[in-house]
Design a protein around this ligand. Structure first.
Ligand code: F0G
Length: 835
């Protein structure tokens, strides 16, 4: 499975047919030349790798001293650990590295140069250099390797190990040993040595011993965007190399790289040892290769290389226009060189849907030569990765221990022990490259101005206040708008919202429609307020007794269920009639708008932004936890129309939060929020997101696993009452289920049932809520389809043994908000995972 998740994403730019044609024209009708941003799945080069979080942090750890930087010293140590050689020389890239190597040949007069595993279509950069220096050489690819046409000891051998796999070789150790025996100087291209050996360090060390010089292009297994290193154990040879490094590259301790580039390579050298990475990349490449082979098998004009490496293969063809056509059809491309279309797969940038897009485009290219129909790539995936975080699954035994130590409470499990983290969608989004760039660019007042512009554009409110997060906004709004013993009418509740209403001495009332409490019942807008009961309630109590009506968009506790605009308009009318304010909890307003566009009559042709504006136009004020739909890791908002209320709120904000322009947030978070508000209105982003949630929900349904329906916007809710029907509610079925889902697959979810509901303060007894649920909450722009498939398998494996599972006993319980720190022990023994 994809062993990483998204941390920084970017949106490629969609082009319609005429734009695609124009861009191609502007680039001399050569798809190779088009800017990467316009290509949805760009298989034209390898150096488009997404960096890991460690590599990004390495950018800041770069020591930019001219000589003897820390990064160089560290590089020496890491290289020595892996290759057991003493000397390393960084170079600006692979061309710089080969140049230095070739320059050393003048120290070997009367020697002959032979290149093994040579591939003229991939290695022409090397032979261009050799030809430039007019050095004679022979290329000894494939079959003549073992029968030794050069049996002298004056052979300089260059072994292009990065390509052996496209020739379909198995284990090449014997071959290499054979060449070693016949060579005076052994030079190896180790750019793919980690993937080739599936990160088997013993094998790497053994191969390393057979070479005098190792050349590594950092864009392959090290997953960098530039750079190369040379490694040798021979001091004399190292001296030869360093003689020329000052002329061509830089100094021997930085070799034409920034300190940060070296540090990124260092991180790459560590990460390349991750076997899961190569297993996954081989699978991805195999998926592409086998499908392309299958597609083109009926066409005699296409021939694929015998096999593939995890980084590339190519297709021989006869169509000079192939790459341009692929771009026009699906905004994808390979790299075309004469009659060869290279398929390079950058590491960690693309999800499986990107490959599906490429394959579908190729299929269309073969079946529809006149291009009667183009493909919309946004239907496949809305964003690609620029930065990733590696995830790791530990053993069952380790998870069992971790769970025990966490008292069977998923809140108490360290995140590093979690494989897939579906605890919450709050503050867990990945950040886009635009958000990062604005975060770096803007300081206090300008960040505020940026936020003001976004708020006016998307929400249409004149007065607003940033807060550090949603509950802070709720605190200020509740204190400003609720008089003691006034009612506040809600659609279901959220914990912190209700808490602040009650903390302001308001009386909480829930008037959501009754369907919301029936997990098995379908209703398109389960978040709606029962307007008849609303009118009754107001008439019975009098408008003075009511502080405001508070409507939450996409009601979290009901399963991420939307409110319809029709319902909102009716509520507005009622509020107007009685003179009661209408307040929104607009935390998930964009996802709500998506459902309105999808389900409510008359909104199919409206944009998400228009729908959000219409929802907002009905409200007098709103609070937002901007850690959800607005795509930030921290921040919240208050929006308000009344200048009078605004002034009162600023006073509260100054006491509790910060200044009116920052709410106690760093300017970078304000800038990220400003950009996030714009990004959340992108229809295709929302579609991808909600379809991902639905994908998981439907997989679970296909396996007969009981969930709340319809499937909501941000989460799937498992119905633990039906899942573990033999466990009584006071033995905590949802808590038990969440514990088992972690135990069986390292997937972290959250209990939303009797534990979350807490105790009745008067009687001290458990409250017995109607819904006993486990929330599987999907962070935005982080996980991929494959993670959903895996999660379904894990839950299925728990479902299969559900009858053997027993519940939990409490061993520690805090006085309030108990779900965070409560601890349990299992009533009977844990059911072990059967393998
Ligand atoms: N309103 C809703 C609907 C929420 O879902 C949340 C938080 C808040 C308000 C409070 O905002 O956390 O920024 O202070 N929900 C998180 C969750 C905690 O996991 O559902 P906050």
């Amino acid at each position: 499975m994809q062993p990483y998740k998204g941390k920084i994403i970017y949106f490629p730019q969609y082009l319609d047919l005429s734009q695609r044609k124009l861009i191609l024209q502007k680039n001399m009708n050569d798809a190779n030349l088009i800017e990467e941003e316009y290509v949805w799945t760009d298989l034209s080069r390898i150096d488009l790798n997404a960096l890991s979080e460690n590599q990004y942090s390495s950018l800041f750890l770069g020591d930019e001293s001219y000589a003897g930087s820390e990064n160089f010293i560290k590089m020496n140590k890491i290289v020595k650990d892996i290759f057991e050689k003493d000397y390393v020389l960084p170079c600006h890239n692979i061309k710089g590295a080969w140049n230095l190597v070739i320059k050393t040949f003048e120290k070997y007069p009367n020697h002959q140069l032979a290149i093994f595993f040579y591939n003229p279509f991939e290695h022409f950069h090397l032979t261009n250099l050799i030809n430039y220096y007019k050095i004679p050489y022979s290329t000894n690819a494939n079959n003549s390797l073992s029968n030794g046409s050069q049996n002298q000891n004056n052979l300089i051998s260059i072994l292009m190990l990065n390509s052996v796999e496209i020739f379909g070789y198995g284990d090449i150790t014997k071959l290499v040993e054979n060449i070693r025996d016949r060579s005076a100087l052994m030079i190896g291209d180790f750019s793919s040595i980690f993937s080739l050996t599936r990160a088997d360090l013993n094998k790497i060390k053994h191969l390393s011993k057979l070479f005098d010089v190792i050349v590594i292009d950092a864009c392959f297994d090290l997953m960098c965007n530039n750079g190369a290193i040379l490694v040798t154990n021979d001091f004399k040879y190292y001296e030869y190399l360093t003689e020329w490094v000052v002329a061509f590259e830089g100094l021997h301790t930085y070799g034409g790289l920034a300190g940060r580039d070296m540090e990124v390579i260092n991180a790459g050298l560590i990460e390349a040892q991750n076997q899961q990475m190569w297993e996954y990349k081989f699978n991805s490449m195999g998926f592409l290769y086998n499908n392309l082979k299958h597609l083109s098998s009926k066409h005699s004009n296409f021939k694929l290389t015998d096999s593939y490496t995890p980084h590339y293969f190519y297709i021989s063809h006869k169509d000079p226009n192939i790459n341009n056509t692929l771009f026009i059809i699906g905004q994808v491309r390979g790299y075309n060189l004469d009659n060869h279309l290279f398929i390079f797969l950058p590491s960690r940038r693309y999800q499986k849907q990107n490959l599906e897009l490429f394959l579908d485009t190729f299929e269309r290219y073969l079946s529809d030569p006149n291009i009667t129909n183009i493909i919309d790539p946004r239907q496949y995936v809305s964003h690609n990765f620029k930065g990733i975080e590696i995830i790791q699954l530990f053993s069952f035994e380790r998870r069992e221990q971790v769970l025990k130590e966490a008292g069977y409470n998923t809140f108490l499990i360290p995140a590093s022990e979690v494989y897939i983290d579906f605890l919450t969608d709050s503050g867990t989004s990945s950040i886009s490259d635009e958000q990062w760039s604005k975060a770096i660019l803007y300081d206090q007042k300008r960040a505020y101005n940026l936020l003001r512009d976004s708020i006016q554009e998307v929400f249409g409110f004149e007065y607003f206040l940033p807060t550090h997060q949603g509950r802070a906004a709720e605190h200020i709004l509740s204190q400003t708008m609720i008089k003691p013993s006034q009612y506040v009418i809600n659609n279901m509740y959220f914990t912190t919202t209700r808490f602040h209403q009650e903390y302001a001495k308001g009386i909480f009332v829930d008037l959501i429609i009754e369907e919301a409490y029936k997990p098995e019942v379908y209703h398109p807008f389960k978040g709606n307020i029962d307007v008849d009961r609303l009118v009754d309630f107001i008439e019975k109590n009098g408008k003075e007794k009511i502080a405001y009506v508070c409507v939450e968009n996409n009601v979290n506790m009901a399963g991420g269920q939307p409110v319809s605009l029709d319902n909102l308009k009716q509520i507005r009318k009622i509020c107007d009639h009685f003179g009661i304010p209408l307040v929104l909890d607009a935390t998930r307003i964009a996802e709500n708008a998506f459902f309105i566009k999808e389900r409510e009559q008359g909104y199919q042709d409206k944009s998400i932004k228009e729908i959000i504006r219409e929802i907002m136009s009905l409200a007098d004020a709103a609070t937002i936890s901007a850690k959800k739909d607005p795509l930030t890791n921290i921040s919240g908002l208050i929006l308000v129309r009344s200048q009078e209320l605004y002034k009162q709120m600023v006073k509260m904000l100054n006491i509790f939060e910060g200044e009116y322009y920052n709410g106690g947030l760093a300017p970078r978070d304000i800038a990220m929020l400003a950009q996030g508000i714009l990004e959340m209105t992108d229809f295709y982003y929302l579609k991808n997101r909600i379809e991902q949630v639905r994908y998981l929900g439907n997989l679970l349904k296909q396996n007969n696993i009981p969930i709340v329906e319809p499937i909501g916007g941000h989460a799937i809710y498992l119905d633990a009452k039906r899942f573990l029907e033999h466990i009584p509610q006071d033995e905590f079925p949802a808590q038990t289920l969440a514990a088992y889902i972690y135990l069986y697959g390292g997937v972290r979810t959250m209990e939303r049932g009797i534990v979350s509901a807490g105790r009745d303060p008067k009687t001290g007894k458990h409250k017995y809520p109607e819904l006993e649920l486990v929330r599987i909450t999907i962070p935005r722009r982080v996980y991929s389809k494959e993670h959903m498939e895996y999660t379904c398998q894990v839950i299925k494996s728990v479902y299969d043994i559900r009858h053997e599972i027993s519940g939990l006993n409490i061993v520690y319980e805090p006085p309030f908000l108990r779900f965070f720190t409560i601890r349990f022990e299992p009533i009977k023994q844990i059911v072990k995972l059967k393998t």
